[in-house]
Design a protein around this ligand. Sequence first.
Ligand SMILES: O=C(O)/C=C(\CC(=O)C(=O)O)C(=O)O
Length: 291
Amino acid sequence: MSDRIVSWHGAPSKPLYTPPAGAIDAHCHVFGPMAQFPFSAKAKYLPEDAGPDMLFALRDHLGFARNVIVQASCHGTNNAATLDAIAKSEGKARGVAVVDPAISESELAALHEGGIRGIRFNFLKRLVDDAPKDKFLEVANRLPKGWHVVIYFEADILEELRPFMDAIPVPLVIDHMGRPDVTQGPDGPDMKAFRAFLNSRDDIWFKATCPDRLDPTGDPWDAFAEAVAPLVADYQDRVLWGTDWPHPNMQDAIPDDGHLVDMIPRIAPTPELQRKLLVTNPMRLYWPEEM
Ligand SMILES: O=C(O)/C=C(\CC(=O)C(=O)O)C(=O)O
């Protein structure tokens, strides 16, 4: 098992920025533990264990109150590790599942009971073998009430995916803004195309996440801050933030989670924006009954 990878920082710094009370890390994952929750036979990467204890310790270290745990591709469509982490969170986590599109109504209801509030469609070829749009649409049409669909894609297939995404009858949440080239700046072609997409429906949300993945200039990720701050300001009622811990596949450029948190005031400079980004918006999607 020597090829299991570590993609997270062993001792992340304490952020200088203090998140508001009730702040939510709305994009993170758990890996295993493998002995209890084996990885999928189709997994494209095989990580070391990064289970709920580690996630909750990081949450506290960074000054967050809750997590939204997104099922990572290495666990395929078996959501047991994600559900286990939610169950251990004492109400402080909810999640997004990846499902076999043939999932039954009773299995969907069980996921809801376990704290799941959305499903994720992943279109990254390096992470999944196939992404059947017709089957995805079918299951998107029979989700439990209040759920949404999370979509992960890269900027070059945004237009190709438009008819499919337009047909999804529930809110959409786009991972990492659909991976724009942030070095093009706030008015570059990728950001322009993403804005046009956001303007097409008022129930498209996005995650202003992953400077480490999107900004080749590296920490302190100035290109990301410059490109993303105007997007957060202009769509402030439908933007989420998350660490992306344990940073799947980032083993060659592992980010310091404290520095990721310190990006928040650079993309959301006012206390009002920070409250929306970290508290109000994720609460509306994941804990609406508390609003
Ligand atoms: O964690 C992310 O959002 C991004 C990932 C991993 C991923 O999505 C998955 O494994 O499901 C990536 O770009 O490798």
